[in-house]
Design a protein around this ligand. Structure first.
Ligand code: PAN
Ligand code: ZN
Length: 187
């Protein structure tokens, strides 16, 4: 590779106190209306949408080239809340290149990383500040907020991994997480 094509080293500020990226170049926002079809209680989601369609989660990025060898990284901020009695969650996805792993370092909040493979294996890992969850190749992944504050993670994955939302939307995750009688229930 010629020297002109080399990326320049750079530094990004991460505000560890507030669990935010400082001056992100890009921010992906998903509102309640973007979550249609994902929760068990569709009517409860519709009520949240008509009641103001609040922010559901946000991903802060300073993008790098979407190429093999690069490392994409972001801060994922999932709001706390319930749709009926089901805890707020992200859509979840496989990577378009399924053999790419991901690291989630939790900076704030409480929750689970829910994972499944296309042949039906399911696993979930606890998330809380200082827990690093390793999502191995081939595992679809979704984060779920079981707490009262934001669930925030710093994520790192291969630059060209890509996001495949379609397959997991069709398959669904085998387990859901609820708050019932003050207790977290996985079923
Ligand atoms: C994360 C997720 C982020 C939002 O950066 O993209 O938490 O979740 P969805 O992409 O499922 O809406 C990641 O896993 N990237 O690969
Ligand atoms: Zn991912």
């Amino acid at each position: 590779m010629s020297i002109e094509k080399l990326m320049q080293p750079f530094t990004v500020g991460i505000d560890l106190e507030n669990a935010r990226m400082k001056n992100p170049q890009k921010s992906l926002v998903r509102k309640a209306s973007d979550m249609k079809g994902h929760y068990k209680n569709a009517a409860a989601l519709d009520k949240i949408i008509t009641g103001g369609n609040p922010l559901h989660y946000e991903v802060q990025e300073t993008p790098v080239p979407e190429k093999y060898g690069e490392l994409m990284y972001c801060i994922s901020i999932l709001q706390p809340g319930l749709v009926g009695d089901e805890c707020f969650m992200t859509k979840g996805h496989y990577h378009t290149i399924p053999e790419t792993a991901e690291i989630y370092l939790c900076l704030k909040g409480e929750g689970f990383m829910m994972m499944k493979t296309s042949d039906g294996k399911c696993d979930y890992q606890k998330m809380s500040r200082g827990h690093m969850v390793y999502v191995p190749p081939y595992w679809a992944h979704r984060s779920i907020n079981t707490g009262k504050e934001e669930l925030v993670s710093f994520c790192v994955y291969q630059g060209d991994a890509g996001h495949n939302y379609g397959d997991i939307e069709t398959e669904g995750f085998p387990k859901r997480v609820f708050l019932r009688g003050g207790k977290i229930v996985v079923e």
